[in-house]
Every structure is written in C-alpha cells, then in structure tokens.
Design a binder for this molecule. Structure first.
Ligand SMILES: NC(=O)c1ccc[n+]([C@@H]2O[C@H](COP(=O)([O-])OP(=O)(O)OC[C@H]3O[C@@H](n4cnc5c(N)ncnc54)[C@H](O)[C@@H]3O)[C@@H](O)[C@H]2O)c1
Length: 444
C-alpha cells in the first residue's frame, strides 16, 4: 500500500494537523508550545512522571513556556501530555526531541533515540512522518533510526511511512529568538518526505530551509556547534596570549567587531558548558574516526577550553599571594548555571572549577538566583544540595575573593565591586557594565 500523500497534503492545506512530540524538555516543550499556538494539535509524550504531573495540572516547568498557555491549549483540546505511547496512532507527524548525551567513554549515547524508535515502531501506522530533532552525527537516521522503525514495525520507509531530520536550534534564555522565528533546516532523502516536512514546519515556523538529505541536515547542526566550540577556544587562547602582552582581549574583540564583514565576535570565558557545545563535537569526532578521519580542530578546541580552569586558578593564586594552595581562603563563586540568565547547570564549567578550589583547600560558597540549590550530579556529588548564599555588604566582606563565572544580569555587580576585596572576573562582567569600585579586579 503506497503512502496516502493526498490526504496528508489536504490536512496540511487545511492546517488540520496532529503532531506527537516525544521528549518534553528544553527543546520539546517550547516546540510543542510553538505548534499549539499555531493551531497544531499536540500530543506531548514523555517518560518523566514529574514533568507529566506538572503539565497535566496545566502548569509549566520552563520559564520560556507559561503554565497559562499550557492550560489554555489543554482547554481548547490543542495539547495533551501523556506517557501512553499508544496515542502515537493519532499523529500525522511524530517529532523526536530526546537527549543525545555521551556515554562514560565519551562516545555518542544513542540509547534514548533507539528506545524511542522502538517505542514508535510498536504503534507506527502507514501515512505517518517521523522526524528526529535531537542533535546527532550524520548518518543516524539512515543507519540507526530507519532500520529500527522498519524492523520492529514491519512497515517500509518511503513506501508506508516517511522520515526526515530537522535539527533543533533552541537557545534557552535568548530573548531575541524563539523556536517560531529561528529558521528551521529540514532534510529528507525522498522528495515527498521533504515536501510534507517542509509544509508541516511552515505551519508554525516563519522560515523553513529545505536541504537535499537528512545527512546534510544532521551535519549542518553539528557544524554550527563545532564552529562555536572552536571559535570560543580561539578567543580563549587569545585571552592568555594577549594577557602576557599586556593587551586587553575584550577591547581587541570589540575593536575587531567593528569590521562590517569577515569577522564575528566570540568572547572568552571559563570554558564551555551546557548540553550542546561540550558534547556535540564528540558526535562528529566519533563518526569521523569510524571512517579513519581525525578531527584535529575539535580535539585542540576541547583541550584549550578545558585549560581555562587552570588559567583562572593561576590568576587567583597569583592575586591572593603566589601560593598554589588556597588553604583557609574563603571564596564566593558567582553563577553555577552554564550560561547567563538560565537555570540550567548541565556540564557547567563552574563545577570542575569549584572542585579544584576545594581540592586546593579553599572554602567555597556560590551565589546564583537562577539555581538556589545545586541539583544532584553524577560527576560532582559533593556539591549536590548546596544552597546559594545571598550577597550583601556583610556577606561580601567575608570572602578573600569573588569569582565571576556566570554573569547573570540580575547580580548586583556594583555591590560586588564596592564591597569585595578581590574580584576574578572571567566574563568582563564589571567593566562591560562600566562598573568600578574599591575591589581589585583581575580579568581571567
Ligand atoms: N536544550 C537546548 O538548548 C538544545 C538546543 C539544540 C539542540 N538540543 C538537542 O535537543 C535534544 C533534546 O535536548 P533537551 O535539552 O530538550 O533535553 P532534555 O533533557 O531537556 O529533555 C529531553 C526529554 O526527553 C525525555 N525522554 C527521555 N527518553 C525518553 C523516551 N524514551 N521517551 C519519551 N521521552 C523521553 C526526558 O524525560 C526529557 O524530558 C538533544 O539532542 C539536544 O542535544 C538541545
């Protein structure tokens, strides 16, 4: 039986579409919101009972999606949160947004994608389109997802059902861009699959960018993230070099950024964090290795970005008295989220730094209004449950140094500059805001 193209085209023409979104995290929930805000009926599926509980009450666990919008969509019959995968049979499009982390050997862990493909296959019926949005290496759809879907469902791709890949470009905390207005790349290996997927995204995304294959779409996403990792490493290296020469790297970058073409500013920092930039390049390295290729830029970028921790430690030790040890020193770290103005602590470079400070004998507190309490982590269990301390005149006087690691906008930087003895500023947070005080400020 051939795929019933006409019926789905007609539904798309009438904007009468049902989509299942699998994985309602930082990507899946905002995506669902964008869909139901444009009239797409969304069945949101997740295996996390806590998320289901919140959504079923018409509430939200993300700042970017209000509980009110969830409640309204539920009332209108446009959104339903469920852990019952048999609901998949009602969907025209099935969109996968599950995690793609690394395993303990730093290799791609596709188990979430594979388990989801198996689960979909149980309910897959003819005339559905399955789209993967999770970041992964080129070839995942054709080599891993499609074989699983076909094997476990008994249906044939391109005959009974279609597939596509459309990478997610969500940037949590970015007030200028949201899912609906970020151009969306869509790749498919069959013209009907591409046409249907492009028309689907055009219902709720303002600009859709079709590409000729799933592999191109998969590679485009990895390219974007490797580009960031490499350029951040480049400016981090420049930071160290220019510091030796007595040149201020931030001023250099601002000056270079006045060139209206051929240059794009990246800024130095304490190293990279989050669930994308430190992880995704390894997906490409692993895949490249399979075909005997080396990814030298990726390896070097990883090495340089990691070395920022030692650079900050060196700057701190030099400032506090030339000793490598920090016994008895009281330190306050500003920001444990991996980037500013969000509450996500995953892969944050703050934790390895905090560990090194503690290992050197320091007593370390942190302040982060976005993360009042550190969530449990496999890698740094010693910090789990630690609470953010308030900053005020009295508390700041207790610290030998304050280290600005994540420069959330809601921090009272003037107070820090006025009341601290030493500030190690890894983000140029004070001077970029024109803040000066009595503290000795060291850029690191
Ligand atoms: N967060 C971002 O800013 C961002 C940006 C671009 C791309 N991505 C990529 O998008 C993907 C998802 O990332 P995220 O940040 O939303 O992850 P997340 O951890 O916030 O959310 C993933 C969700 O999937 C659920 N899940 C796991 N296994 C499942 C299964 N078998 N069935 C149903 N649900 C399941 C989890 O419970 C969780 O709610 C990853 O590949 C990531 O690299 C993320």
């Amino acid at each position: 039986m051939a795929f019933d193209l006409n019926t789905l085209q007609e539904k798309l023409g009438n904007k009468d579409i049902t989509a299942a979104v699998i994985g309602l995290g930082y990507v899946g929930l905002p995506l669902s919101y964008t869909m139901f805000s444009h009239g797409v009926k969304v069945i949101g599926l997740d295996v996390d009972p806590k998320k289901m509980e919140v959504l079923e009450k018409g509430q939200s666990y993300l700042d970017s999606v209000s509980g009110e919008s969830v409640a309204q969509a539920m009332e209108k019959g446009l959104f339903k949160a469920s852990d019952d995968f048999s609901e998949l049979k009602y969907a025209d499009f099935i969109v996968i947004c599950v995690p793609t982390p690394l395993d303990s050997e730093h290799k791609p862990d596709l188990s979430y994608v594979e388990n989801t493909a198996r689960e979909i296959a149980k309910y897959l019926r003819p005339d559905q389109v399955v789209i993967l949005e999770s970041t992964t290496y080129p070839g995942t759809m054709t080599e891993v997802v499609v074989p699983l879907l076909e094997k476990e469902s008994g249906l044939k791709c391109e005959e009974d059902f279609h597939v596509a890949f459309s990478p997610e470009r969500e940037d949590p905390g970015n007030k200028s861009f949201n899912t609906g207005i970020i151009p969306k790349i869509v790749g498919a290996n069959h013209p009907d699959a591409l046409d249907l997927s492009v028309k689907f995204y055009e219902v709720f995304i303002s600009k859709v960018v079709p590409v000729s294959s799933m592999e191109v779409a998969e590679a485009a996403k990895i390219t974007e993230n490797v580009f960031r990792a490499v350029n951040i490493a480049f400016v981090n290296e420049l930071k160290v070099i220019f510091d030796r020469m007595g040149i201020d790297v931030w001023e250099v970058i601002d000056a270079a950024a006045t060139k209206p073409f051929g240059y794009m500013p990246f800024y130095p920092g304490p190293g990279i964090g989050g669930h994308c930039i430190p992880i995704d390049p390894f997906y490409l390295s692993w895949k490249a290795e399979q075909s005997g290729q080396q990814t030298r830029f990726i390896e070097l970028a990883g090495e340089i970005n990691l070395s920022m921790r030692d650079y900050i430690l060196r700057k701190l030790s030099e400032t506090l008295g030339k000793s490598e040890r920090l016994d008895g020193k009281k330190l306050l770290v500003i920001g444990v989220a991996y980037k500013k103005n969000i509450n996500d602590q995953r892969e944050s470079p703050t934790f390895p730094l905090m560990k090194s400070l503690v290992d050197k004998g320091a007593d370390v507190d942190f302040h982060d209004s976005f993360i009042p309490q550190i969530l449990p982590m496999r890698q740094y269990p010693e910090f789990s449950g630690q609470n953010s301390v308030p900053i005020n005149k009295a508390t700041l006087k207790n610290y030998d140094a304050v280290l600005i690691i994540t420069d959330h906008d809601d921090v009272d930087y003037q107070l820090i500059a006025d009341e601290s003895a030493v500030v190690i500023d890894t983000r140029n947070a004070l001077r970029s805001r024109n803040i000066y005080g009595r503290a000795q400020v060291v850029l690191a």
